[in-house]
Ligand binder design. Sequence first.
Ligand code: PLP
Length: 454
Amino acid sequence: MHDLSPSDDLQRDQAHLIHSLHNQAYQQQAHVWVSGQGATLVDETGKEYLDALAGLWNVIVGHGRSELGHAAARQMGRLGYASAYAGSTNRPAIELAERMAALTYPRINRFFFTCGGAEANESAFKTARFFWKLHGKPGKTKIISRTWGYHGTTLAAMSATGLNNYWPMFEPRVPGFVQIESPYPYRFQPADVPPGDRRTPGQIAADLLEAAILREGADTVAAFIGEPVQGAGGVIVPPDDYWPRIRQICDRHQVLLIADEVITGFGRTGDWFALTRYGIEPDIMSFAKGITSGYFPLGGIGVSDAIATALDEATGSQTWMHAFTYSAHPVGCAVALANLNILEREDLLPRARGLGERLFARLKTLESHPHVGEVRGQGLLAAVELVADKHTKAEFPPEEKIGHRVHQATQERGMFTRMRGDIYNLAPCYVAHQTEIDRMVDILGVGIEAVLGK
Ligand SMILES: Cc1ncc(COP(=O)(O)O)c(C=O)c1O
C-alpha cells in the first residue's frame, strides 16, 4: 500500500474536488492515478495495480492506446466542436451511426449520441414516452426496472436504479418508476408460487414483469428497462429463459423493452451486444463506456425502425425536443470510430471470450473456500460473492465490512476494482495477458484468505 499520509495532491484534491459517491474518509487514502498500460494502472507512488475492472468496466481496449489520442487530436485540429442540433451534423457522427447500425441488432438502425450512460437512459425514457404519445397513448408513461439494476444517477436514472443506497439523500424519486425483483439466480426466492407450478425460476422472475404491468395497468406503462447482465449490482447473470419471456411479455402488453447495454455492449459478454445470446432484440438500447473505451465521454441510444419512423414523422408541437450541447460530439465520435477499428483489427471479441473462459474457470476454483458463496459470470465479466454461511447464504453483518477489507487486501497485493458490498466484481480489459488474468485470481484468492482465513 502506498504511504497513507496525504500527499500534496491529496490535500489539494480534498480542498477542491467533489467526487462521484463523495466520501472524504475514502479520499484520505485515494490513489492518484498517473498512467496506465494495457491492464495495468500506476499510481503516483509508482506502484502498479492490475485493473480488474478496466476503469469502470469501460477501458475495453486497455490503457495507453495513443492511437485514440491521435484520433482525438486529428479531429480537434480539423473541427473540435460543431452543433449537431437539427439542421447541423458532422462526418464522424454520421460514420459512427452507420457503423453502429451494422454492429447492433437488426431492427436498431438510428442513433442519438450523449455524453454517457445516464444521459442515454434519460433519452431512452423520454423517447419511450414520446413514442406512446405519438401513438395516441399519452397515459403510457411509467418505467419498470429491477432491484440491483444500475442505470446512472441523474434523477430519472436514479429512480430506475435498483440499488437503494443511491436514493435516501435525494428522494423523492421521480413518480412513475416501479421496481420488480431481479432474477438473481443465487438469491431469488419465488413467492406465491402455487403447488405443481411447472415454471422455471427464470420464467417466474420474468412473470413478475407481467404482474407489475397488470397491477399498474398496461395503459400506464411505457417501458421496461434492464441490463442484460446486471453489472454494478454484482454481475447478476439471469437464467437463459428469462429474457425471451420478458420480450414476449413486453410485446403482449405493448411495453417497450429498453436494454441498458452500457456495460454489456461492445463484446463484454461475448457478443457485440448481449441480448443476441437470447435470440431477442430490444426496442431501445442504451450504450456508453466501451464505445470509446472511456477515452472520451460518449454514450447514446439506438432505436428500432418503428421508433425511428415516429421520430421522423413528428413535427410542430410534437417535435422530439430533446437535446444536449455535446450530442454527437465530433471528437467523441472520432475516438469511438478509432476504438471500433482497434476492436475489429485486433479481433478482440474472440480474445475477450477466451480470456473470459479462463477467468471463470480459474475463479471457480475459489468456490472451495468456505466463504465463497458463488462465482458467476458471462463473457469477460465475473463476480465472486462472499457469504458468512455458504449453506444458508447468509450475508456478513455490514459493519464487518468484509468486502471493503478484501478489496484493501487485494490492493495491498497490487489489484484494484469496485465492490458491491461483499461482492468482488471483475471485468478486465480485452487485451489483458493470460498471466495477468491468472494473477488477478491468485491475488483475489490470497486476499480472501488474508481476511477470512483458509
Ligand atoms: C448499466 C449502466 N447503465 C448506466 C450507467 C451510467 O453511466 P454514466 O456513469 O456514464 O452516466 C452505468 C454506469 O456504470 C451502468 O453500468
